[in-house]
Design a protein around this ligand. Structure first.
Ligand code: PAF
Length: 280
């Protein structure tokens, strides 16, 4: 496996693979890889001849008061995980390699970015779409893999790919959880022991929402109300949002009568965690 720091290095390697008729999968990440990322890499390795994993903490998607500086990093451990999983390249550029001085071009996907995380993180999806677009241009993958934990991100990227006629198939992969239900996330490392326990309210609320819908409840107010009650009972938890939206358009929707995404962002202490489920 190659650790590649330059755009040209990746492009050259991909050109060679293409000349050999090989297919290419891309797993975009910000590193500090865990089982959730590994599940994306495993699937990509199964479905493509060669897999590129990008590891880049993208400053453009962090707001001024967010955790860019403290975001966990461990490129050696990331490379080990990628190599063991069968990736061909880890692409780990410096910020200056990705963003030339006076960088002024952005990809802005509207509508699907207005609710949920888009509301509390106003510049986030512009940063995500811009960097993912750049990664697609650099790697030219046949398929790209994203986790459903960032469900709005998945919807936004699907919309961008459709709207801009990009030649890539976007594949969404299921949320991977710890044994006790907490969705795997690089940000879980921020949690103290007490907060780690408190964070279980997210998956408990998810399970309650799923249970209610499985029993036939369709009223969004009832479903979200019961989910919020679980979270609000935890003193260390503070709700950013708990919402039901249409899965394709990410518009607020009040009834579970079509494919819906039920998503939440909750602060546990200072750490903002997300979780969700989709009702197809
Ligand atoms: O989901 C992430 O880790 C990031 O948002 C992504 C897609 C790698 C873009 O920086």
């Amino acid at each position: 496996m190659i650790l590649e720091k330059t755009v040209e290095g990746v492009k050259k390697q991909v050109r060679q693979w293409r000349a050999e008729g090989l297919s290419v999968g891309l797993v975009p990440t910000m590193g500090y890889l865990h089982e959730g990322h590994k599940s994306l890499i495993d699937r990509a390795v199964k479905e493509n001849d060669r897999v590129v994993v990008s590891v880049f903490v993208n400053p453009m998607q962090f707001g001024p008061t967010e955790d860019l500086e403290t975001y966990p990093r461990d490129i050696d451990a990331d490379c080990k995980l990628c190599e063991a999983a069968g990736a061909a390249i880890v692409f780990n550029p410096e910020v200056s390699e990705m963003y030339a001085e006076n960088f002024t071009t952005f990809v802005d996907t509207t509508g699907v970015t207005e609710e949920l995380c888009g509301k509390s993180r106003p510049i986030h999806f512009r940063g995500v779409c811009t960097v993912v677009n750049k990664l697609f241009n650099i790697v030219t993958p046949d398929r790209a893999y994203f986790g459903q934990k960032d469900a709005q991100q998945l919807a936004v990227i699907r919309r961008m790919v459709r709207d801009l006629n990009m030649n890539v198939t976007v594949i969404g992969c299921p949320i991977i959880r710890e044994d006790d239900g907490l969705a795997k996330s690089s940000r879980n490392t921020y949690l103290s022991k007490e907060e780690r326990q408190a964070a279980l309210v997210l998956s408990k609320a998810v399970n309650e929402g799923k249970r209610l819908i499985a029993e036939g409840e369709k009223d969004g107010e009832v479903i979200l109300g019961k989910m919020k009650a679980i979270i609000e009972a935890e003193p260390l938890a503070k709700i950013d949002y708990v919402e039901m939206v249409k899965w394709d358009t990410i518009e607020i929707h009040h009834t579970a009568d079509c494919p819906v995404l039920v998503a939440m962002a909750v602060y546990i202490g200072k750490t903002r965690l997300i979780d969700n489920f989709i009702v197809e």
